[in-house]
Design a protein around this ligand. Structure first.
Ligand code: SAH
Length: 380
């Protein structure tokens, strides 16, 4: 297994006994050698997710305590702010397959995405409560991937007090409102925190376009760093309501921020037709490629929006472009962006390549964990 945490169902020769969903089983090679102790998920294609590769290690309370402690200790530098936010447990990459824990100010938000994580949920939640004394722990396992594991999507309070309708978190020089109960994912796109802050270097006086803005994180960072004006585009009206409130929270003038509810593909075409141009463009779309089958269609999606963005950039303008589709690797993404620049007739340079923040580490033996890629491009 070379420490990769997954075993696909097709690789299993036989199952001894009758393990239930999520139960910890011992995994042996064809010649009886110990491989790992793993959670069994009979209805999933990923039939086994390894908890430990150490033959003598028991998967009990002590095991979970030590994994959680390690993950949290590693985030200590990011946890200094009491009103900060960061990912505390990044599933497979922190040795806890299927377990996500995000911290927002005094609250924790968890996702349990596999049968094993689900079975250990009580243990994990009570240990987190003891270790971190949060005000409350809320569950946002309302995601479709659970269906592949034979689990229903679910959300609700797990322990402690329910979160207020909106929490305020601090991210570098900015503050953001987060709706833990109804926001996207666990409330906020924490993986982009460092990349949002990176806009500051290019923001001075800039006219900014923030495509797929969610609650306006990139735009707020740019405006705080001296951008002249910013335009958010998102299809979600609730996200844009929060974007407007985030503007107020950060004491940014109303005239500096425009929020457009719409489809980015369409709005960018309209801007092209009206010859609107920008100094700084951010494109942070949702996952266009969920499966191998969607690869060519999704790639075309990335190409289209980047082509439009290149057409809208003023000479010397800068593009921050992202893909969170794990199946689109960094090389392919760069090829797509290059093809888009070529078709737009623009010459561009890569200034920097970006990835998810350090609170979203990738285990070396789990390349699937590196899903977010970004490129900062400057056009001449
Ligand atoms: N950049 C954001 C996160 C973006 S997540 C941040 O830093 O917080 C992707 C966003 O794209 C979501 O808010 C979703 O509502 C929006 N979205 C998805 N498809 C869209 C489309 N076709 N047009 C506009 N917005 C879209």
């Amino acid at each position: 297994m070379r420490r990769h945490p997954w075993v696909f169902s097709g690789a299993i020769e036989r199952v001894e006994g009758d393990p239930g969903p999520g139960e910890t089983v011992e995994v042996l090679s064809h010649n009886g050698e110990f491989l790992c102790r793993a959670a069994y998920s009979p209805s999933s294609q990923i039939a086994l997710r390894a908890w430990t590769f150490a033959a003598g290690e028991d998967v009990g309370p002590e095991f979970f305590r030590s994994k959680l402690e390690q993950a949290i200790a590693f985030r200590a530098p990011f946890m200094k702010l009491s009103d900060g936010a960061c990912r505390l447990v990044n599933a497979e990459s922190d040795g806890l397959p299927g377990v996500i824990v995000d911290r927002y100010a005094g609250f924790l938000v968890c996702q349990f995405l596999g049968a094993g994580a689900e079975l250990q949920r009580g243990e994990i939640v009570s240990q987190l409560f003891q270790m971190l004394s949060p005000i409350g722990i809320y569950e946002r396992s309302d995601v479709d991937v659970r269906l592949k594991e034979g689990l229903e999507p679910r959300s609700g309070l797990l322990l402690g007090e329910p979160p207020p309708p909106l929490l305020v978190i601090r991210e570098k020089t900015c503050r953001f409102l987060v709706d833990i109960e109804h926001g996207q994912k666990t409330g906020f796109y924490l993986d982009q925190a460092d990349n949002r802050a990176m806009l500051a270097d290019y923001a001075e006086g800039a006219e900014v376009l923030n495509g797929f803005s969610y609650t306006g994180g990139f735009a707020i960072h740019a405006l705080k760093a001296g951008a002249g004006r910013a335009t958010n585009i998102d299809s979600s009206p609730t996200a844009l309501d929060l974007a407007a409130r985030n503007r107020e929270l950060n004491q940014i003038d109303e005239r500096s921020l425009e929020n457009i509810e719409g489809d980015v593909f369409q709005v960018l075409r309209e801007f092209r037709d009206r010859r609107r141009t920008f100094d700084l463009i951010v494109l942070d779309p949702p996952k266009f490629v969920e499966s191998q089958r969607q690869l060519s269609r999704g790639s075309r999606g990335y190409k289209d929006i980047n082509l439009l963005a290149f057409k809208l950039l003023k000479p010397g303008g800068v593009l921050f472009t992202f893909s969170c589709s794990g199946l689109v690797g960094p090389d392919l993404f760069q090829m797509i962006v290059a093809a888009a620049a070529l078709d737009a007739g623009r010459n561009a340079q890569i200034i920097r390549v970006l990835t998810q923040g350090p609170d979203h580490p990738t285990a070396l033996h789990f390349p699937e964990g590196a899903y977010l890629k970004g490129i900062i491009c400057r056009v001449s």
